[in-house]
Design a protein around this ligand. Structure first.
Ligand code: NCD
Length: 312
């Protein structure tokens, strides 16, 4: 594959291959010598049109550990502010011969559009409410390492599903790998299209969490809401915030996940988020660097095979 724009086009074998390579990068990242030269001589440009802490840092570190020249553009200060279109900005950068563009954009589909206009590989770091493939892959790696399997599990994805690219990518990945996925949230935050997904929808946490192996919490994406989707944060926490009582309906050893950034006391109780016996939130961040190294490494390997000479 030339680009990594979403989970949708990936097969279970593709997913497994990325995760297998990621495991070896986890090992490397835990060692004292964290460098490889898999991307030596190549240029990686990060274009984040939306705020990001962990994802941008993670891609930057991943590229550096692979030996690439990494440039992170300050998009807030870019010519986009002077009226240049996304495509013009991309073409300008393209003329400098990057090998890999990592793009985050608030509009769904913007990253796919950009990928059509440039001749380097494009990796989607989150587009609107559409897809966030490396987040789903890092979640999958965390689950596989913690629970020893990535199929036959019951996984609940809870909260603001309607605005979440993390939920969309995770639903695709987890169903492809043969897991049972349940979506839990108020009707206003469950997308109408969910009826066509291979999932069950629940409006009640106790019902949806009954017997699950994995509880994945989502942030209320206020920046994507243009109206009152919930009565109040207090009411929301009461009904959908993960606390000890609600978690007691899941399996005794169920793990708790959150992609971050987390709003403690809104979608999750701070004590649960910090409970090292249940929460794998920090592990997700660690897996993120490894998964991004693997994804970039594989994209560049594909490029070498399909365009020999270009990479020499
Ligand atoms: C997520 C995102 O940006 O989609 N965060 C992330 O990548 N770690 C989820 C969110 O912003 O709530």
């Amino acid at each position: 594959m030339r680009h990594l724009l979403g989970i949708e086009p990936l097969s279970p074998a593709d997913i497994t291959a990325i995760l297998d390579l990621s495991d070896s990068y986890v090992k490397l990242n835990r060692s004292n010598q964290k460098h490889t030269n898999a991307l030596a001589g190549l240029t990686q440009v990060n274009m984040f049109f939306e705020n990001s802490t962990r994802t941008q840092a993670s891609f930057e570190l991943a590229g550096k550990r692979l030996g690439a020249d990494v440039m992170s553009m300050a998009m807030q200060a870019s010519s986009i502010k002077k009226g240049e279109t996304l495509i013009d900005t991309a073409l300008t950068l393209n003329a400098m011969h990057p090998d890999l563009l990592i793009v985050r954009h608030p509009h769904s589909g913007a990253v796919d559009l950009l990928a059509e206009k440039v001749n380097c590989a494009v990796l989607n770091a989150g587009d609107g409410r559409h897809e966030h493939p490396t987040q789903a892959l890092l979640d999958a790696l965390t689950i596989r390492r913690r629970l020893g399997q990535l199929s036959g599990l019951k996984v609940a994805i809870c909260g603001d599903i309607a605005h979440s690219r993390v939920a969309r990518s995770n639903v695709q990945l987890l169903t492809k790998m043969g897991n049972e996925v349940r979506l839990i949230g108020p009707p206003t935050l469950v997308p109408s299209g969910a009826a066509d997904w291979d999932v069950s929808v629940h409006g009640d946490m106790a019902e949806g969490l009954a017997g699950v192996d994995v509880v994945m919490m989502l942030r209320l994406q206020r920046e994507r809401m243009d109206g009152g989707f919930i009565p109040s944060e207090r009411e929301y926490y009461h009904r959908f915030g993960l606390d000890a009582e609600k978690l007691s309906h899941a399996k005794e050893d169920a793990i708790v996940m959150h992609p971050g950034p987390m709003n403690r006391g809104v979608e999750i109780d701070g004590e649960i988020a910090d409970d090292i016996n249940r929460s794998v939130i920090q592990e997700q961040v660690e897996m993120g660097v490894a998964v991004r190294m693997a994804a970039m490494d594989l994209l560049m390997q594909n490029r070498r095979e399909t365009k020999p000479g270009v990479m020499l």
